[in-house]
Ligand binder design. Structure first.
Ligand SMILES: [Zn+2]
Length: 218
């Protein structure tokens, strides 16, 4: 008997939350007690985690939800993981938990809380299942997810369908609106899944735009 950390990673629209919810349903069929947490930063669905599917209009619709508690800081994590009357702890959208400023490690407060909980309950059959993006729109490791991947016992790396060429190898959430901020909550109006071949890094797009401007100017 030993506590386990399972990660589900991949770009937006890859089915991470759908996979997480499927695992939680299976745990509930097995009469396991489940707790679900999410970062307060994700304001799209306040008190729940939600899987989405792209609909015929190109927007998204919610396909399944489960109630979740929103976390703002380590104190919230401690309060909501107290006791041992749960067998599975699930966390969605983990990339929204911040790293320290300046960065002290690759875990931030959320990753350290997860590590401490795994240590405290190491000799139990606790399962912690965490879903999140491992890469941001600029192809940089995203928040505490890469650090958590290093701690994990298992990792499922999902891909999406590339919205440009239709290949099954979509691995990044390409941002289609301008801006350098890493944390922009968005949907199909802001992001596209793209494969490596169809992805354009922001710097290249900036240069391409500059060439266009220079052509236009003279
Ligand atoms: Zn592609």
């Amino acid at each position: 008997m030993s506590a386990r950390l399972e990660l589900i990673v991949g770009p937006m629209f890859a089915g991470k939350t759908e996979r997480l919810i499927a695992k939680l349903h299976r745990a509930q069929y097995a009469r396991k007690r489940v707790r679900i947490l999410k970062p307060a930063f994700d304001t799209r669905t306040q008190g729940s985690i939600a899987s989405r599917a792209v609909n015929a209009d190109g927007g998204t619709e919610i396909t399944a939800t489960l109630p979740a508690v929103r976390l703002r800081h380590a104190g919230d994590f401690a309060r909501h993981t107290q006791g041992d009357d749960y067998d599975v702890l699930a966390v969605d959208e983990a990339h929204f938990f911040p790293l320290d400023e300046p960065a002290g490690d690759l875990l931030g407060w959320f990753g350290r809380c997860v590590r401490d909980l795994l240590r405290a309950r190491a000799k139990s059959d606790l399962r912690i299942i965490i879903a999140g993006l491992e890469l941001d729109f600029a192809e940089a490791p995203f928040g505490p997810v890469p650090g958590l991947m290093a701690l994990a016992d298992s990792i499922e790396k999902l891909t999406g369908v590339c919205m440009i060429c239709g290949s099954d190898a979509g691995y990044i959430s390409h941002r289609i609106v301008p801006g350098d901020a890493q944390l922009v909550v968005g949907d199909t109006g802001e992001y596209q899944v793209r494969c490596r071949a169809c992805y354009e890094p922001p710097a290249q797009r900036g240069r391409a735009a500059l060439v266009e401007v220079k052509k236009a100017v003279g």
